[in-house]
Ligand binder design. Structure first.
Ligand code: NAP
Ligand code: ZN
Length: 387
């Protein structure tokens, strides 16, 4: 695994547990530059509004890679130890007295949002990820001083889903429909909603009109984007940095395929696309994508890339092109995409892995995710092999 910016990494060792906390097995990276290992973290007891669940699976997102390898920002570093994972799925084992949305035995999930203020206008309209007071990401974040719905030691950073149990306020729980394959549910909670949100915002979920939609980067997010956009009835053009993923992209529903580094290939789609959703995870040139947009087209940037990008403004001016960003999605929309995927049997293509393989998988994701799958950590198997 190749780490970045070791000089700005923050080290905050795990303190002794409070009386109200209990130990939980987790997998993470103890110090910037080290390999994954088993750690003991402490989770809070269940509060009035909390749901405790036993994790079965947790998807491995490229954002986990950025966070663990300290790539998220050039200004402030990740906090170590770090336990990543924001595609959590498991079964409820305990609920607080005031919990009404789920009960013991239900299958549930948690995506990228562990907390938000729940009182601002944006939270009220169900877009918690854009909370005006700042949402709390599932891991690698401090607990807020105000409007916090997270128990445990307020001084300790949040831990993600590569772990045995978690406890979350019921507002942030996603219900997994009975019958949905649990191992495939997790990636819908990040990869699925992150693709669904721009499709929804830019008019692709509620139209009779067949749009031309480009999906850039055939990895965990991109493959979900192809499946969702195709299921919504649009022409999907997969856009990749090489010709190696043609078969895989077409098998997921792409009608056409562009190699972004091949000018002739790009030219075939020049001026033809209404919307392009870009999931590329490393610095790259966006000019080829802009050239493929129609007048009034939009390029939506999703990749968590800290380095600034450059483009020629004439490319925007001459066709009234917009460049936008989009962040995951709120809790109601996450439930909506889970239910849509269940109804239409749209699932990510996954490969189950165990904790001992994490270092190798992170290297594979840094190297372009050549298998174009979502790796999913099998928590139960990992516990069996490490205990
Ligand atoms: P992934 O599975 O690793 O896929 C990323 C894809 O990007 C690769 O499969 C590859 O596709 C392409 N790529 C990688 N390096 C490239 C390069 N140097 N030049 C051109 N293309 C390159 O990652 P993921 O889990 O889908 O996540 C993708 C990005 O979205 C990450 O940056 C992640 O942090 C971010 N993300 C953002 C949000 C949000 O809310 N905005 C949510 C989740 C994730 P090809 O081989 O097809 O080129
Ligand atoms: Zn993610």
């Amino acid at each position: 695994m190749k780490f970045s910016n070791p000089d700005i990494a923050v080290h905050k060792p795990i303190p002794a547990p409070l009386d109200t906390e209990y130990p939980v097995t987790a997998w993470g990276v103890d110090q910037c530059g080290e390999s994954f290992k088993q750690l003991t973290i402490y989770r809070p007891q269940v509060g009035l509004h909390d749901v405790k669940f036993e994790l079965k699976f947790c998807g491995i997102c490229h954002s986990d890679v950025h966070n663990v390898l300290n790539e998220m920002s050039e200004k402030w570093g990740s906090t170590y130890p770090i336990v990543p994972g924001h595609e959590l799925v498991g079964t409820v084992v305990e609920v607080g007295e005031k919990v009404s949305r789920v009960k013991v035995g239900d299958n549930v999930g948690v995506g990228c949002i562990r907390d938000s203020c729940l009182i601002c206008e944006v939270c009220h309209r169900g877009e918690e990820c854009y909370c005006v007071n700042g949402f709390t990401h599932t891991y690698n974040t401090p607990k807020k001083k105000e409007n916090c719905h997270i128990g445990g030691n307020p001084e300790v950073q949040n831990w993600g889903g590569y772990s045995e149990f978690d406890v979350v306020h019921e507002h942030f729980i996603i219900k997994i429909p009975e019958g949905m394959p649990l191992e495939k549910a997790g990636p819908i909670l990040c990869a699925g909603i992150t693709m669904w949100s721009p499709l929804n915002h830019w008019g692709a979920t509620n139209t009779e009109k067949k749009l031309n939609i480009g999906i850039v980067g055939i990895g965990g997010l991109g493959t979900m984007g192809i499946k969702l956009a195709a299921a919504l009835g649009h022409r999907v053009v997969a856009i990749s940095s090489s010709d190696k993923k043609i078969d895989v992209a077409k098998s997921k529903g792409a009608e056409d395929y562009v190699v972004s580094k091949d000018a002739d290939s790009v030219r075939k789609e020049r001026g033809k696309l209404d919307l392009i959703i870009n999931t590329v995870s490393a610095p790259h040139d966006i000019a080829p994508y802009i050239s493929m947009l129609k007048t009034d087209g939009t390029l939506v940037q999703l990749g968590c890339i800290a380095a600034p990008m450059q483009y020629n403004q004439f490319m925007l001016i001459l066709k009234r092109i917009s460049i936008a960003g989009s962040l995951i999605g709120g809790i109601p929309a996450t439930q909506e995409v889970v239910d849509f995927c269940f109804k239409n049997e749209i699932y990510p293509d996954i490969e189950l892995v165990e904790a001992g393989q994490l270092n190798k998988i992170y290297t594979e994701l840094q190297d372009n995710n050549s298998a174009a799958v979502r790796y999913v950590l099998d928590i139960k198997k990992s516990l069996e092999t490490t205990k």
